[in-house]
Design a protein around this ligand. Structure first.
Ligand SMILES: *Cc1c(COP(=O)(O)O)cnc(C)c1O
Length: 375
């Protein structure tokens, strides 16, 4: 007799589950800390929370939760289409942009095919790939950055999807638009390029570019954006893709009919129009990034200059340094993110918070680092 769990495909059983940032409630429960003093800088969330316009839209939409959401997200797609100058049929909405990444994988990957992504790239790429029974091909990073020439060399006849995060999480590195365009010109047109831009809104004006404008020239390009980070809607789960109509049509076939809930649709529609909140978020992040990076420099710690709302820094030179400093910081009420799952056991990732939260991190950090010497 077969065991039930052995009926699950081998490639599913081989998946290593995603490790999320630790919730404040876990740390409070485990360490008996005061929830009001615990600072969470672990999941690249917006430290301002969500904007007032989104809040008001959620309150209003809550009155109508007895009904199913609009399965096609008509109003949100119309707004996104207008903003990007594309047709509504080029937009795919997702339960977070994570969902969009999975829909792309589901629509294009199967056993015997492969997806390409960089070493130290976002953890969801291998998960989405493996969930389809496809092979992950990892291209070694160069100085923590995507090596696009390496990608071109690694593409083979079985490559169906290429994932690129720009800026990348957890490294915070960035590829300027010239490099992306040169890459797109050389990628075979039958390979889908998923450009994951979850942190796009944090780029400085001089680095900004609008890749959604490139889709007409490159029908194999899919641009993914999120409402979780700069728009502050992480808890609601909403993101979207801009692609060719043909690619959107395929993704639409594999999505759940009601994959984006009513509150998320309403909040995202309102958030798009809240330019003031977005600007405030940008400024808080820019200041916080300077605060954290100069604090790390002052402590003599190595870090990767970031284009996102988080910084990757080196906790120590031993392979237990990341976890040790993470534990010590947690006991001091500061939650950061271990990145050993990314093959970076000596490093940690800290999200940018409000000024007093960044300060709490910078005050706790030398104490936590001292615990490395003590042991
Ligand atoms: C956070 C993140 C996402 C996913 O965000 P959603 O909450 O699912 O929209 C996608 N890509 C990268 C690189 C991220 O860091």
């Amino acid at each position: 007799m077969q065991k039930l769990t052995e009926q699950s495909p081998e490639f599913i059983r081989a998946i290593a589950p995603y490790k999320a940032g630790k919730p404040v409630s876990d740390v409070v429960r485990e360490l008996g800390l005061d929830p009001n003093t615990v600072v969470k800088l672990a999941s690249n969330e917006n430290p301002l929370g969500l904007g007032e316009k989104a809040k008001a839209a959620i309150a209003q939409a809550a009155m109508d939760l007895g009904r199913y959401p609009d399965a096609n997200g008509f109003a949100l797609k119309a707004k996104l289409a207008a903003r990007h100058g594309v047709k509504p049929e080029q937009i795919t909405l997702g339960n977070g942009s994570n969902d969009v990444l999975e829909l792309a994988a589901k629509a294009f990957l199967t056993q015997g095919t492969n997806a390409l992504f960089s070493q130290y790239a976002f953890a969801v790429y291998p998960l989405a790939t493996q969930g389809c029974g496809a092979q992950s091909k990892v291209v070694p990073a160069v100085c923590f950055t995507h090596d696009l020439d390496g990608f071109l060399k690694a593409i083979d006849t079985q490559t169906h999807v290429v994932f690129i995060a720009n800026p990348n999480n957890p490294t915070g590195t960035f590829l300027p638009q010239e490099k992306l365009l040169a890459f797109l010109k050389q990628v075979p047109s039958h390979v889908l390029v998923v450009l994951d831009e979850a942190y796009n809104e944090f780029l400085k004006p001089e680095d900004q570019y609008d890749s959604t404008q490139w889709v007409s020239q490159f029908p194999n390009l899919l641009v993914s954006r999120s409402f979780s980070k700069a728009y502050g809607l992480a808890g609601l789960r909403v993101g979207y893709a801009v692609s060719s109509v043909e690619v959107a049509d395929l993704m639409n076939r594999v999505r759940q009919p009601f994959n984006v809930n009513s509150l998320a649709l309403a909040a995202a529609e309102a958030a798009i129009d809240d330019a003031e909140f977005l600007q405030q978020t940008y400024e808080v992040n820019l200041k916080g990034l300077e605060q954290i990076e100069s604090g790390l420099k002052f402590l003599g710690l190595e870090y990767v200059p970031s284009y996102g709302n988080f910084v990757l820094f080196k906790a120590g030179n031993t392979d237990d340094a990341g976890m040790k400093v993470f534990d010590a910081l947690q006991r001091l009420g500061v939650i950061v993110r271990p990145v050993n799952g990314y093959g970076l056991p000596q490093w940690l990732r800290v999200s940018i918070g409000l000024p007093h939260e960044n300060e709490a991190f910078l005050v706790a950090l030398p104490k936590a680092l001292a615990s490395l010497q003590a042991s």
